[in-house]
Design a protein around this ligand. Sequence first.
Ligand SMILES: *[C@@H]1O[C@H](CO)[C@@H](O)[C@H](O)[C@H]1NC(C)=O
Ligand SMILES: *[C@@H]1O[C@H](CO)[C@@H](O)[C@H](O)[C@H]1NC(C)=O
Ligand SMILES: *[C@@H]1O[C@H](CO)[C@@H](O)[C@H](O)[C@H]1NC(C)=O
Ligand SMILES: *[C@@H]1O[C@H](CO)[C@@H](O)[C@H](O)[C@H]1NC(C)=O
Length: 274
Amino acid sequence: MATKTQATPLFLLLSLLLILLKTTVAHRGGIAIYWGQNVSEGNLTALCDTGRFAYVNIAFLDVFGNGQTPLINLDGHCNPATNGCTIFSEQIRHCQKKHIKVMLSLGGLVGNYFLTSKADAKNVSRYLWNNLLSGKSSNRPLGDAVLDGIDFYIEQGSSLYWDDLARYLHHFSRKKFYNNPCQSNTTSLLNSWAIWVKSVKARLFFVGLVALPLPPGPNAGTDVTPSGFIPANVLESQVLPVVKSSKKYGGVMLWNAFWDVQDGYSTTILSSVV
Ligand SMILES: *[C@@H]1O[C@H](CO)[C@@H](O)[C@H](O)[C@H]1NC(C)=O
Ligand SMILES: *[C@@H]1O[C@H](CO)[C@@H](O)[C@H](O)[C@H]1NC(C)=O
Ligand SMILES: *[C@@H]1O[C@H](CO)[C@@H](O)[C@H](O)[C@H]1NC(C)=O
Ligand SMILES: *[C@@H]1O[C@H](CO)[C@@H](O)[C@H](O)[C@H]1NC(C)=O
């Protein structure tokens, strides 16, 4: 799991995402997209109707752990304090009807989250199960839609007990989703990929990238920029041919829907990802 003390998008960068899903997924790859951190990106229905995404990660639940009352934060999309985010239930189901897996992403750049003990991790797992997955609660922040899994986007706080949380979730639901940042260039991305695919027990792995070169660093347009962006032609010529040869290739994960709209990255890469 990530050990980060400061919140910065740089840590998302090249992440290798590993996924273990309950249901059988076709061998073809797909694109996972983060949604929820800029209201300008539009709603979930529209996102899923583009036909480009196989997974949507709703970002973020960013207050939880240490006995805190969990809070969801979807930027200007809705106001969780007035239960406003339940409007997305219908849209989540719309996506799921199109065979798009919809996950909740834990963590993010702001908020306040950390786990203080195994018991705390267990308590959080119970919350997630009852309030976002298949359990029951009268206080579900996204309404009665049942999400397909949990994504870990841990950028701050301590690195402790996340594995326990994942284990408890798995115990409940056999659904899970991890996110492990590894900031680097194409060569070390591929090295990390090889190590992770071999050593981590999961069925599917994703290459995590940012969808737009932000900030436009000194290496923009060449290889991998400091922001974790890989130009589409580099991804297609150097990265995808290697990762797609793995049976555990799941696809590409993009941060985020709003950035993706700016340059059409997912549109460009889709045919190479699948
Ligand atoms: C959110 O969208 C607005 C445009 O509507 C943009 O100016 C702003 O930079 C975006 N914020 C982030 C964090 O991407
Ligand atoms: C989602 O956004 C689209 C495009 O802006 C809009 O036409 C549609 O009414 C919205 N759907 C919902 C359920 O808000
Ligand atoms: C357990 O989690 C709930 C939120 O689901 C929180 O309100 C409560 O304080 C937590 N209990 C402990 C002992 O941390
Ligand atoms: C990429 O990273 C590897 C090891 O992390 C390093 O040896 C190599 O020089 C780097 N290549 C570039 C082009 O920065």
